[in-house]
Design a binder for this molecule. Structure first.
Ligand code: UD1
Length: 366
């Protein structure tokens, strides 16, 4: 503590981190008993993958940008650690707050814990039980070294308890990503993205794909694209393409797909345009984690192109369904959802006030 103030470093690095850190930084900056330092690792760096989110979500300019960029897992994680350590040593914070499950999350948590800095992990406890997913490794490791674990759904509490994490470290607080969604809905509804794409409310499908298991394997990626092409004969398909997927597309034969005007492959969108596109979609097909949660809150059917999810509440209470990634399985699930769209309910504590609960607990326990 300096000048009686608690010093907290908040870290973000990749696209899904930005909507999670935004309400936390907002809640912290509203307090005069806390000094906040925002560190961007630079894991994502394209304007559309990073800066645009800061602008739209009103996140203050980071105090430090580590500018690590892309690389293999070891290179990226190692570089973040090397560049984050001197920042911690210079600032000597009382707490580090990390969010989600990306390489920036585990890299910074590992640096802090070895310097004796307490670590709070937001979105702790989620488990896909699939250790081939890099994020699952990041989740397991970050949770095992964190001092406070803030959990978004009851499965997370059960998982942490089973892994032997002490009860008093674990707090079920709800979902910070939903704080941002609820705050942004009104502004998103003013987006003119539907007009610019020439689609009408309720009359199109949105697709996002970026998991290595789906887009790094050419056969799997081709089977998914084949299903999407068939769907686009029925309803327009809008596919904002993640840079990883864009790079892999160049290895595929896209003849059938690229000739279809109903299959719109576009650049990544900002938060508000994408939220509007999701809100008004007939269905979302995705392999993202966060989008499974956002569609649950918005009541939009979601078909998740994965064998598992670390967010089982979206299946039990929300609008989410899983599918294998063969063309036939995707089409069958798509048709079943079209015939009988799921109706979901809002999970407990996904009420827009999660960041406030987190900061109250964190400051109270310091
Ligand atoms: C990362 C996260 C993943 C998260 C996803 C959201 C890890 C292990 N993975 O995956 O959990 O769901 O972000 O997007 O942390 N690239 C650009 N511009 C950028 C960023 C990346 O062109 O601003 C390209 C680079 O070619 C890079 C590739 O995308 O090699 C992958 O980026 P990387 O950060 O390694 O992983 P993601 O697939 O984005």
């Amino acid at each position: 503590m300096t000048n009686g103030k608690l010093k907290i470093i908040c870290v973000c690095g990749a696209r899904p981190n930005f909507m999670k850190i935004a309400p936390i930084v907002d809640a912290l900056r509203g307090r005069d008993d806390v000094e906040t330092i925002l560190v961007h690792t630079g894991q994502h760096y394209d304007r559309a993958m990073s800066q645009l989110f800061f602008e739209e979500l009103g996140i203050p300019e980071p105090d430090v940008n580590l500018e690590v960029g892309s690389g293999s897992h070891a290179v990226q994680t190692g570089l973040i650690m090397q560049r984050f350590e001197p920042i911690c040593m210079a600032h000597k914070p009382d707490w580090l707050i990390v969010v989600g499950d990306v390489n920036s999350t585990i890299a910074c948590a590992m640096v802090a814990v070895k310097l004796g800095i307490k670590v709070a992990h937001v979105e702790a406890g989620l488990r896909s039980f699939d250790r081939t997913m890099p994020e699952e490794i990041n989740r397991l490791l970050t949770d095992s070294i964190s001092d406070l674990l803030f959990v978004s759904e009851p499965s997370g509490v059960e998982n942490l308890c089973r892994e032997g994490i002490a009860n008093e470290k674990v707090h079920l607080v709800g979902n910070v990503m939903i704080d941002t969604l609820l705050r942004s809905k009104e502004r998103a509804s003013e987006s003119n993205i539907l007009d610019s794409l020439g689609v009408s409310s309720g009359g199109y499908v949105v697709v996002t794909l970026h998991r290595p298991s789906n887009v790094d394997d050419p056969n799997t990626f081709a089977s998914i694209l084949n299903a999407l092409k068939i769907i686009s004969d029925e309803l327009p398909v809008v596919f904002p393409i993640h840079p990883r997927s864009r790079a892999n597309l160049s290895t595929l034969d896209l003849d059938g797909v690229s000739k279809s005007t109903n299959f719109m492959m576009i650049d990544p969108l900002g938060y508000l345009d994408f939220l509007k596109l999701t809100m008004d979609a007939s269905m979302v097909l995705t392999d993202s984690g966060g989008i499974q949660e956002e569609t649950t809150i918005l009541g939009v059917p979601c078909l998740t192109l994965r064998e598992n999810t670390e967010r089982p509440i979206t299946l039990a209470e929300g609008t989410n369904r899983l599918t294998d990634c063969t063309t036939d399985a995707i089409l069958q699930a798509y048709r079943e959802i079209r015939a009988s769209p799921p109706s979901g309910k809002t999970p407990a504590l996904w009420d827009g006030h999660t960041a406030g609960r987190i900061i109250q607990i964190l400051v109270g326990s310091s």
